[in-house]
Design a protein around this ligand. Structure first.
Ligand code: PA5
Length: 436
């Protein structure tokens, strides 16, 4: 059963009903294009049926590796950039304690990330931390040639070699990469690291439900079978529901494109839970790389409320009117905490005594929606009852599917990213890379 709901009543008022009907019909046609594999980039549709076809022996292998790694590691280092780390980070942070490094009951290794930036201080600090703790590494790169993770891996490999014996060294590295191409694959074969394959027909930003995301998530102690189960439930629903209003991915793709055609060029994904920060980062990459091309696209942006209501809130309320918001709303927190009552009401908060923090958060969410709508910002609400592996699996698959439909409706290939090469070419020339 799908647990996700979408409410567009506060956005559809910005669209003419006849326009809405025609765009919804257009997205329903794109739904057929996607399922029949007849659209642009159709050699990158491996993610589409992945939840329902995921091999049982691969789940078993990931779980066994995770158990082995947990026994010998306090830290699990994931080296990768873009789609090669954002999905794992999004799920792990959404499910983890908010202060994982200080939380004494953590039984699983702490997952750290590298290779997603070129900060010298970041990498120096990281190597210092790796001196102190037992650790293992996943180096993840589909192409096997991306500069940022390659530099981080070179540094970490040297460190591992010094810290561990030669057998222990190779056993602590897993490479997740292409089946046959790329420097990383060659290195793994030469040096004997265990490998997992990223299927040819799954692009980086659609790869969280492959070993790219599943191995780190399992090592962090979370249930990958439930994650896949959630994705499978969402797949079944999104494949079969085609009548207007029955398919949340069609609705989301249609309302985004309708608002875009009305001049709303920026979408802000808003969350009210700090540990969804990286979910938003994952979503930004998914939509940004999929849609921003051919001089078209909705700019995907993120905000963390109520924090950012005290920074971006002013702009959203009264700045340029080319924004719409999508609120990712979680109905029930995992824990319960009430506001205490005080005999002397010195801080004037007794009107909230006994209320849960989440009740205040919910009112902040509703109040903000109403204020922003009044300010001319259409508002879409996507809600789930709570955050757990199953609902995250549903959300991930929902956004992947909706992104593909939305990209097709926009008229772009949602599965390529030619623009990512431009900065690399300039950087390589400046660095004097041979052959540039
Ligand atoms: O979605 C994508 O394809 C990209 O963001 C890649 O994930 C990113 O550029 C990293 O590429 P690679 O995994 O080849 O190192």
């Amino acid at each position: 059963m799908i647990k996700l709901e979408i409410d567009i009543s506060k956005a559809s008022t910005f669209i003419d009903p006849s326009e809405w009907q025609s765009i919804e019909e257009e997205v329903i046609r794109q739904h057929k294009t996607l399922l029949t594999g007849t659209g642009k980039g159709n050699d990158f549709l491996g993610w589409l049926r992945l939840p329902s076809t995921f091999p049982g022996d691969l789940i078993k292998r990931i779980r066994e590796d995770a158990e082995r790694i947990k026994k010998v590691s306090k830290i699990y280092l994931v080296i990768g950039i873009g789609g090669s780390y954002l999905g794992a980070r999004a799920v792990i942070e959404a499910l983890s304690h908010n202060f994982p490094s200080l939380y004494s009951e953590n039984e699983s290794p702490q997952v750290l990330f590298a290779g997603n930036n070129l900060g010298e201080d970041y990498h120096s600090d990281l190597l210092g931390i790796l001196d102190e703790y037992a650790y293992s590494v996943a180096v993840i790169s589909k192409s096997g040639t991306t500069t940022e993770p390659a530099i981080a891996f070179r540094l970490v490999k040297e460190h591992l070699k010094k810290k561990y014996s030669s057998t222990d060294f190779t056993e602590r590295i897993i490479a997740i990469t292409d089946a046959s191409k790329g420097v990383l694959k060659e290195l793994a074969d030469k040096e004997g690291y265990q490998t997992y394959i990223i299927p040819d027909d799954i692009g980086g930003r659609y790869s969280v439900l492959t070993p790219v995301g599943l191995l780190p998530i399992a090592i962090a102690g979370f249930d990958i079978e439930h994650l896949l189960k959630g994705a499978r439930e969402m797949q079944e629903h999104l494949f079969s529901a085609v009548s207007p209003g029955s398919n949340p991915a069609i609705t989301y793709a249609a309302i985004r494109n309708a608002l875009y055609r009305k001049g709303k060029r920026i979408e802000i994904l808003v969350n009210y839970q700090p540990n969804l920060f990286y979910f938003t980062e994952w979503w930004k990459q998914l939509f940004g790389e999929s849609e921003g091309k051919d001089n078209k696209g909705i700019y995907p942006s993120g905000a963390n409320f109520t924090t950012d209501l005290h920074s971006l809130g002013q702009f959203i309320q009264e700045g340029t009117r080319d924004i719409f918001e999508t609120v990712l709303s979680v109905e029930h927190p995992r824990k319960e905490l009430r506001i205490p009552s005080k005999e002397q009401d010195e801080d004037g908060l007794n009107y909230l005594s006994g209320k849960r923090i989440s009740e205040v958060n919910d009112k902040a969410e509703l109040g903000t929606r109403l204020a922003h709508i009044e300010g001319g910002v259409p508002n879409i609400r996507i809600s789930v009852p709570e955050i757990n592996e199953e609902t995250l699996g549903q959300l991930i698959y929902f956004f992947e599917f909706a992104c593909a439909l939305s990209g097709y409706t926009l008229g772009v290939n949602p599965f390529d990213q030619p623009g990512v090469e431009a900065y690399k070419k300039k950087m390589f020339t400046l660095l004097g890379k041979p052959g540039q």
